[in-house]
Write a protein that binds this ligand. Structure first.
Ligand code: SAM
Length: 240
């Protein structure tokens, strides 16, 4: 209990909105009625999985789907797949000959969503690589032919590596292309006092997220926009 008798809201609250009712209103009015059947099925299957906290939220999935269509993304990359909710949002948004290089250290979880992605008729757009993303990125960067070839890169994996990812993917994304870093408001913990109650993993990754946010804010190669969607997503548009 805090001194004034008001219990601190635990850091780790699902939505960053201050009102659960408002978030529910967004989901029920705008997201769920428009959610493709396959995404709904994948969301419901994922909800039964013990690590379901990791999934991209339905409102963020809708946002990504719209964003990819707006920028006419065709060649894309995703770091951090889990069961594939954001992957499916991407696969449904890009054209039939579009591509997603999808990386995750865990194939098992990807395979939970894969039958649904196949049924949706978009699995042919996905090249899944099992394993840590960093060595794959190093390999891609080594070959100059890959530079400036990606329209969109979504990063939603190990927060302690985001800076390392940024150093590499900034060369791989096109000038005018977009990088999306997920969880940049990290459960709201970015503004929590150091002594605030926090889950262990939230506390551990918090400093890395703070460091990333500072680095992105001063990086002259990008324009940025930080949105309070999901757990916070920072869009970076490469300008040089
Ligand atoms: C938050 S989840 C991704 C959620 C996903 N985008 C979705 O829509 O459900 C983070 C994922 O990153 C993966 N991951 C963790 N470290 C990784 C690494 N070094 N390289 C690639 N993937 C990694 C985890 O296995 C996990 O599936």
């Amino acid at each position: 209990m805090a001194e004034n008798g008001i219990k601190h809201q635990e850091v780790g609250h699902k939505s960053l909105l201050q009102s659960d009712a408002l978030y529910q209103y967004i989901l029920e009015t705008s997201v769920y009625p428009r959610e493709p059947e396959s995404m709904k099925e994948l969301r419901e299957v994922t909800a039964k999985h013990p690590w379901n906290l990791m999934t991209t939220s339905a409102d963020e999935g809708q946002f990504l789907n719209m964003l990819l269509k707006l920028i006419n993304a065709k060649n894309t990359m995703e770091i951090g797949v889990y069961t594939g909710y954001s992957l499916l949002a991407t696969a449904l948004a890009i054209p039939d000959d579009g591509k997603i290089l999808a990386m995750d250290i865990n194939r098992e979880n990807y395979e939970i969503g894969l039958p649904i992605i196949e049924k949706a008729g978009v699995a042919h757009k996905i090249e899944f690589r099992e394993g840590p993303a960093l060595p794959v990125l190093d390999q891609l960067v080594e070959d100059k032919k890959n530079h400036g070839t990606y329209d969109f890169i979504f990063v939603d994996a190990d927060k302690d590596n985001y800076i390392n990812y940024h150093k590499r993917i900034i060369d791989l994304v096109k000038v005018g292309g977009l990088i999306g870093y997920d969880n940049t408001l990290w459960n709201g913990s970015v503004v929590a006092p150091p002594d605030a109650p926090m889950r262990k993993y939230v506390r551990y990754y918090r400093d890395f997220v703070l460091e990333l946010n500072k680095a992105l804010a001063v990086d002259p190669r990008i324009e940025i926009c930080m949105l309070p969607v999901g757990d916070g997503i920072t869009l970076c548009r490469r300008i040089s």
